[in-house]
Design a protein around this ligand. Structure first.
Ligand code: UN1
Length: 481
């Protein structure tokens, strides 16, 4: 067993605060590998964190863009410099492979550097009034105290893409990371404070969603909440936060289609599906789970995907030869297995995978499962699984493919493999999703452009890039005579 005996504390008002309880952070690649024990906060700590964030707001909201640039840029540099070490920690606690972990850390570093620049690029408008002798100014102001609640599947990138814009625009933050992955969050908060963030501007309260998360959602002094997580929790979070009149942004998942047309480059299509459906163990809300394939390429596609998946190696996240790491925890593992059974019971044909795999270490290893013979009304094609499971839906032509692609309660990402300009353009226009991918996987997005979906996938303004400003600022219109 490795790991420290002491409990990593919360961080409130610029000081480390111990909690009465602690949660053990265990690697899903090796259940005997304990990364550490992390504080389990409570409602009283949320109260203290909100009070500290409120107290820090007047000064921080009036800090210069240069001050905010300096801190965010410095934090970004440190994250990038520690890519290997933080990537290893992230992969150890979450289970994605080391290249995926390092890539995510690099993404977080770049987000901080990009958002540092956004602190300087926060323009307004000056217009003549419709009335004589009056000037109108439209400016952006920080919102206030932001509650940030993040999921386990991107332990550093999602906190980064919420915390960086919150701070860049002059807000203060109460941050609750997912209980399964506190280590990356803890390091991130530590980095930001050492980069010069004043006490109280960013407060970390680790702990259970139903206690710490709920207290943040309920708190009337939290002006806005940015949440990424499951549909069930997201829906109830929206009701709570919007219900008390606060600003809300939620990103909740998908049932993302990937269409493969007869004219697709087979290799491009297979790579996009293997990556989009199964990398990061399929645990991305942008993962493609409904593979919609037209009839003339169907059999060739299924055979090629099977052949490709036969070479995919599932194992310990830190092993150099691992392509796909373990499922994040026992609960998710059991859910994945239930959906595999369900897909079978519904009449799906398991083409490959779906077996539980033994490795040298005790972890949650599952061979990626590809089903064929499914139709879009099956539960496997309606509900988000969040695991390495995808199903093929056979269709006649492009028109039917599009109709099936848009027939879902979700609308996050949507992809197509085609060499036809006509179909690519039509799909971009008619896919009902916040993001459309042509000949690239549905998952794996850039950090400087908007991210988000429509319908059941998302709520509120877009995240990331310059569009993050919509959520993290309020607009003020001033009239001067
Ligand atoms: C990506 O596909 O690069 O939880 C990012 C998720 C998303 C992030 C996906 N919020 O999977």
């Amino acid at each position: 067993m490795t790991g420290s005996l002491s409990i990593r504390p919360n961080f409130i008002g610029g000081v480390r605060v111990a909690a009465t309880g602690g949660t053990r952070n265990i690697s899903p690649s090796d259940l005997s590998d304990v990364i550490g024990t992390y504080a389990e906060g409570d409602a009283a700590q949320v109260e203290a964190a909100v009070t500290a964030a409120r107290a820090a707001f007047p000064t921080w909201s009036l800090s210069t863009p240069q001050q905010r640039f300096n801190i965010l840029d410095k934090a970004g540099n440190e994250i990038l410099a520690r890519e290997e070490e933080l990537g290893r920690l992230l992969s150890r606690e979450e289970g994605k492979t080391l290249p995926e972990g390092r890539g995510e850390v690099a993404r977080a570093g770049m987000i901080f550097k990009y958002m540092a620049g956004e602190a300087l690029r926060n323009p307004g408008d000056v217009l003549p009034s419709v009335r004589p002798g009056i000037k109108v100014e439209v400016t952006r102001e920080p919102v206030g105290v932001i509650g940030i609640v993040t999921p386990w599947n991107f332990p550093i990138a999602i906190p980064a893409w919420k915390i960086a814009p919150a701070l860049a625009y002059g807000n203060t933050v109460v941050f609750k990371p997912a209980e399964l992955v506190p280590a990356s969050a803890w390091e991130l908060v530590d980095i930001l404070h050492r980069a010069g963030l004043p006490g109280g501007v960013l407060n970390l309260v680790m702990g259970a969603g139903r206690i710490v998360g709920q207290a943040i959602l309920d708190h009337r002094d939290v002006d806005a909440v940015s949440f990424t997580g499951s549909v069930a929790v997201g829906r109830s979070a929206i009701a709570t936060v919007a219900g008390r009149g606060a600003k809300m942004q939620a990103e909740m998942g998908g049932k993302n289609p990937f269409v493969v047309l007869d004219d697709a480059d087979l290799e491009v299509a297979v790579e996009a599906v293997v990556n989009g459906s199964f990398y990061s163990t399929g645990q991305r809300c942008t993962a493609s789970s409904r593979i919609i394939v037209t009839e003339n390429i169907h059999d060739r596609f299924v055979a090629a995907a099977k052949a490709r998946l036969a070479h995919v190696r599932v194992g310990h996240a830190l092993n150099a030869d691992t392509d796909i790491g373990p499922v994040v925890d026992r609960r998710q593992f059991e859910q994945d297995l239930r959906y595999i059974e369900l897909a079978r019971a519904e009449g799906g044909i398991l083409e490959t995978g779906g077996e539980v795999i033994e490795r040298d270490t005790d972890g949650f290893f599952l061979q990626p499962a590809l089903f064929s013979g499914t139709d879009n009304s099956m539960r496997i094609n309606r509900e988000e699984v969040f695991g390495p499971i995808a199903s093929v839906i056979r269709v006649k032509d492009y028109e039917e493919a599009l109709a099936v692609a848009v027939d879902t309660d979700f609308g996050l990402s949507s992809g197509i493999a085609t060499t036809s300009l006509k179909h690519a353009e039509h799909f971009k226009r008619h896919a009902r999703a916040g993001m459309v991918m042509v000949n690239v996987p549905t998952a794996g997005v850039d950090y400087h452009v908007p991210f988000g979906g429509i319908r059941g996938s998302s709520y509120g303004p877009r995240e990331q890039g310059a569009y993050a400003r919509e959520f993290y600022t309020n607009v003020k219109t001033a009239y001067t005579a």
